[in-house]
Ligand binder design. Structure first.
Ligand code: SF4
Length: 351
């Protein structure tokens, strides 16, 4: 039987794999063992599993294969950021970005190929949605990058801020998180995983009930007439609904939602905008990340001046809102989400 007829074992959900093993009469604890070999030891072949019977190893070998990605392209920025482009079996591509910061090695993963949300300051938004990623395609980004950077570095944090709106690919993202958080899986702590949304209100509440990871909300406008133009989903779920969902979002007391705010020159970066933002946040315990816009060819916006960004930050800090300016990383290799893929797609394909 060749690999064409076998199934990718990583494409099975938790439940599917445990049901198959059960139907083979395999004891429940074997599931944990197999899981640990696949995700923590990152085996390339089932023959590497030493603590199960030869029969079970052969049975796994006969029925499944282990998909292991290699990046098609890696670009390294002067600041240490590295972008990994992966070509998928259907010839689509996706990217993951590794951002080192001191001890921290954060991987920004994609959840979709392209994105349907159409945010007007985002290059991915101009691509439209091609397809959702399956849960294992999200998990494999983490495994493949871990493999590529080992043994010099190991990933400490995962953020869902690459291509796609994670909550628009709800089921696959939730299933991927199960593998990412499971103690026999990739075993990331809940505090080291952040999912970002542009504000899909109904999915946010459902997600908060299912998953206890950190949440970031891409705000980028503090008035509906501004946000409607920047993040079209605001026309469906305006700020009033979004902020109510944030206030009701179930999470541990010491956690706080992070609001991401991309500063765009002359659009949303005035002191009046800062004042509106303060009013919107309304004394809630939140964190604000100001993101300098990273212009891309043909972008309809410009980066705010440094002085304007600092004044915006100071206004909020002076009023006790924890506010950071998140410096753009990897600007020389097209740093914002979807930019590597978009640059690749604009080149003729090899075949
Ligand atoms: S900012 Fe995020 S949600 Fe908006 S278009 Fe880009 S990838 Fe999609």
């Amino acid at each position: 039987m060749d690999s064409q007829e076998k199934r990718n074992i990583k494409a099975l959900t938790h439940q599917e794999l445990s049901e198959i093993l059960k139907s083979w009469g395999v004891a429940g604890y074997r599931f944990d063992q197999i899981y640990q070999w696949i995700y923590q030891k990152d085996i390339a072949d089932f023959s590497e599993i030493t603590n199960i019977s030869k029969d079970l190893r052969n049975r796994l070998q006969e029925n499944f294969y282990l998909e292991r990605w290699q990046p098609t392209l890696v670009q390294a920025s002067e600041d240490g950021t590295r972008k990994f482009l992966f070509r998928l079996s259907d010839r689509e591509s996706l990217e993951s970005v590794l951002i080192p910061n001191g001890e921290r090695q954060t991987l920004c993963v994609s959840s979709q190929v392209g994105c349907a949300m159409g945010c007007t300051f985002c290059l991915t938004g101009t691509l439209g949605l091609t397809r959702n990623l399956a849960h294992w395609e999200i998990v494999e980004q983490i495994q493949a990058v871990s493999r590529a950077v080992a043994p010099e570095a190991s990933l400490t944090n995962v953020v869902f801020m690459g291509m796609g709106e994670p909550l628009h690919n709800f089921n696959h993202v939730v299933e991927a998180l199960r593998f990412i958080l499971h103690e026999r899986g990739l075993n990331f702590s809940k505090n080291k995983v952040t999912v970002s949304t542009c504000g899909l209100v109904p999915q946010m509440l459902k997600f908060g009930e299912l998953m206890d990871v950190k949440l970031a909300v891409s705000l980028t406008g503090a008035r509906d007439e501004v946000r409607d133009k920047l993040i079209p989903v605001n026309q469906r779920y305006p700020l009033k609904d979004l902020m109510e969902a944030c206030r009701n979002y179930p999470m541990k007391r010491r956690n706080r939602i992070t609001f991401e705010y991309t500063l765009l020159k002359g659009i949303n970066d005035s002191l009046q905008d800062a004042q509106d933002l303060l009013k919107l946040l309304h004394g809630s315990k939140v964190k604000v990340n100001l993101i300098p816009f990273n212009p891309y060819p043909g972008a309809p916006y410009q980066r705010s001046d440094d002085a304007t960004m600092l004044a915006f930050q100071k206004y909020l800090l002076d009023r006790k809102v924890q506010t950071n300016i998140r410096h753009s990383r990897g600007r020389d290799i097209l740093g914002a989400c979807g930019q590597l893929k978009a640059a690749m797609e604009s080149r003729p394909r090899a075949s």
